[in-house]
Each structure stands twice: as C-alpha cells, then as structure tokens.
Design a protein around this ligand. Sequence first.
Ligand code: NAD
Ligand code: UDP
Length: 346
Amino acid sequence: MNIFITGGAGYIGSHTCVELLNEGFDIVVADNLSNSSQVSLDRVRRITGRDFPFYEIDICDEDALSRVFEEHSFDGVIHFAGLKAVGESVSRPVTYYSNNLISTLTLCRVMQRYLVHKIVYSSSATVYSPDNPLPLREESKLGCTNPYGWSKYMCEQILRDVAAADRRWSALLLRYFNPVGVHPSGLIGEDPRDIPNNLMPFITQVAVGRREKLHIFGGDYDTPDGTGIRDYIHVVDLAKGHVAAIKYLQGFTGVDAINLGTGRGFSVLEMVRTFEKTNGVNIPYEIVGRRAGDVACCYADPQKANRLLHWRAEKTLEDMCRDSWRWQYNNPHGYGRDDGGNVTLH
Ligand code: NAD
Ligand code: UDP
C-alpha cells in the first residue's frame, strides 16, 4: 500500500514514516520545511534502510500537489501538515487559519480529483471544551480557546462534510493528547525552531545547558502537587496509532473521531522528577504564575482506540524521558547543525 504523508518531515510525521516503512508500507512525503528539516527524512531512511520520494512543496499549492498525485497512485493520505504553536496562532490568526484550512481544502480537492478517498487527519485534544468532566471522551463537548484549536475544529468539520457528501470517503480524526519522547535510536526527534512552548523540549534544553531553568507555570492548581496534569503519550506509540488507523480505514467508510492518549495523567513536577531520576541529571526550576489558557488537568479516555484500532499506548513516562534525553544529548542543536546523531549516551 502506498501512503501520501503531508508534513512528514516534522516531529510526529517523521516518526510515523518510520513505523509505516517498518510495517512494509510504501510512502511519499511532502513538506514545505517551514518548521522542519530534510535531515529528519535522511535519518528516517537510515533507521529503516528504505528510500522514498520527497517533495518540497506547500500543500496549499494546488498545481504542485496535483503533480505529486499525477506521478503516484495512493491508497490513503495522512495529513500532518499544519502550523501548531498555540501562542503564535493568537498573534497571527490569519496565517494560522490560511495555512491550516487552505492546505486541508486543497488536499481534499486534489484527493477528490484523483479518486483517493481515505484520510487520517491530525487533530488534537485542544478541540475539547475546557469545562468537560474527565476523562475526555470523543462525545465530550467541543469548543476551543485559540485560533490554532479552532483551525483543528474547522478541519474536522470540513472532513465530516466531505465524507457526508460523498459516501466513498472515509476519514479518521485522530485527537492527540500530549506527544513527547522520540524514536529510541535518538536519530529523529522534536526540534523546535524558537524557544520551546512545550514542556518536554524545554526540559531537555535545560538539561543540555541551552536554557538556565524551567519555569513551571502555576503551582496552585487543584491537583495533588499544585502543578498541571497532562496525558503524555510517547510519539512512537502515537505513530503506531497512525499505522493502526490506516489499516482500519481499509474496511471503513464515513467519519469518526478517535482519542490517542494513554488515559493517565502526570503533573509537571512528576515529569521533572522522573526525568531527573531516569537520566541522572538535575533540572533547575522555578514555579511562576499560571500560563493564560492552561487548564489544571487533561487526560483521555482511550477506550475507543483500544476497541476499534486494537491499539494501546505501551511506553512509560520513563521511556519518554530517557528517549527525549538521548535525542537532545546526541543532537544538542537539533537538526540545525547536523551533529550526525552518533554520540553514545553513557
Ligand atoms: P511539526 O511542525 O513538527 O510538523 C508539521 C509539519 O508540517 C512541519 O514539517 C511543517 O514544515 C509542515 N507544514 C506546515 N504547513 C505546511 C504546508 N502548508 N505545506 C507543507 N508542509 C507544511 O508538528 P508536529 O508536532 O509533528 O504536528 C503534526 C500535526 O499534528 C500538526 O497538524 C499538529 O497540529 C498536530 N498536533 C500536534 C500536537 C503536538 O503536540 N505536537 C498535538 C496535537 C496535534
Ligand atoms: N509547562 C510548564 N512550563 C513550560 C511548558 C509547559 O510548566 O515551559 C506546563 C504547562 O503549564 C502544562 C504542561 O506543562 O501544565 C504541558 O504543557 P505543554 O505546553 O507541553 O502542552 P499543552 O499545554 O498543550 O497541554
């Protein structure tokens, strides 16, 4: 089976490429490299020993995208391409809506023209309204607090409408919780361009000496230690969830939303302590004020994914901390300066 992967050079995309190639799928990747480096794809080739075509194109460019579909025939698409920084989406809403909506609409148009009707879409737990009871179930109330979240919500709706209008379509809307960790080889990973917004890349940059200390946003939440609780999922488990979704799509028509999480929440302090203990490093931190828009606690009910996709997250918080540190240690500058990814961690 040949799968087209948009945004495949990015963090989750590159990990999914590895799992698909290891499972015997053929892939074609497209990415405009706006938030990634082609080095990640060289590393995917190195890990898997397999080659695949790569197109450096913008998914919003219909002519360029059509050329890819002209040159290959696809059994399905995984659509990762998108802008994802919540804070930036608040200051640059037009950029976010344009990129995330137009890429999805253009992709739908081209898929329709080339009779490719199966799509897995990267959605997010951020589409759930903050006032839901926990754990979050697929039927929980939807509603967003920022343009990034709304763009995910709107793309979900676009795919629902496309699938309703033409029964040949099938779409799985995968709602990721908090992806962390990297491939155990330490060769591919998360490489934020600027100051990291997310917890794990910030911790690893403190550990490697690129940042002085972690700021913990809020120590007064109504949680056992006062810090925020999230459902962290190892990106390799998440990538395997996409392989399961692609397999499931072969016998499914219509549209469905599925949570990809572990079902278990950990606090910021639990994450810091686990990172320190697993890796034998010290993470200086300071508890500061809450970050606007954050909720105290968020975790998934993953039973639907267990039941329909026969998938469940298997890796532990220790695995997430160990693998993230291996990547950062071996690649202190990410892909920006190709350090070769060869250093052995003692
Ligand atoms: P990422 O930024 O590492 O990967 C996204 C990739 O898409 C990048 O390589 C970027 O260059 C590419 N891209 C963006 N716009 C494009 C366009 N118009 N044309 C071609 N390529 C384009 O992000 P990620 O963490 O791997 O996220 C992948 C997807 O998962 C995104 O859609 C994101 O919104 C979603 N998601 C991520 C998280 C998370 O915490 N990482 C959580 C929930 C959902
Ligand atoms: N967090 C923090 N310091 C940071 C980044 C994040 O204390 O530098 C906290 C944040 O408040 C939340 C948790 O870590 O409780 C996860 O945040 P992240 O941005 O990684 O994910 P999201 O907000 O999307 O759940």
